[in-house]
Design a protein around this ligand. Structure first.
Ligand SMILES: [Zn+2]
Ligand SMILES: [Zn+2]
Length: 133
């Protein structure tokens, strides 16, 4: 199967072929800081099965040698690689896939670092759009 995806502004597009090795929602502080969001979903695929088909990413190299690639124009996070910890693997921020709604994660990881209120998220009142509408 070939999946495609890209950033918010459309400058960067990519394709991933084959089946993912895993797909998980990560609660770690590093992902949180990078995304500016409570959690990030990642789909792991063999590095040679993913290619950028349009544009170019910019890379931020973190303390642990982790490389986070994002669109230089709009800032959307796209890929994570860590040659030491995850050799041969590229993690795709799966919410950037065109098929994101159909890609159900199989697990939650780094739960030890989660924001404490995340456990009660489903108990919060839900508005289809915004309050008062
Ligand atoms: Zn972009
Ligand atoms: Zn993480």
């Amino acid at each position: 199967m070939t999946r495609s995806g890209g950033c918010q502004c459309g400058a960067v597009r990519y394709e991933a072929v084959g089946e993912p090795q895993h797909h998980a929602v990560c609660h770690c502080a590093d992902c949180r800081a990078s995304a500016g969001a409570p959690l990030v979903a990642w789909m792991a695929i063999a590095e040679d099965q993913v290619r950028v088909t349009r544009g170019q990413t910019t890379t931020y190299v973190g303390k642990t040698g982790a490389r986070r690639q994002f669109c230089p124009g709009c800032g959307t996070g796209l890929f994570y690689t860590n040659a030491e910890m995850l050799p041969g693997i590229i993690d795709i921020q799966s919410a950037t896939l065109d098929t994101a709604a159909d890609e159900v994660p199989g697990a939650q990881i780094q739960v030890a670092e989660r924001l404490p209120w995340i456990d009660d998220l489903t108990a919060l009142h839900r508005f289809e759009r915004y309050p008062g509408q």
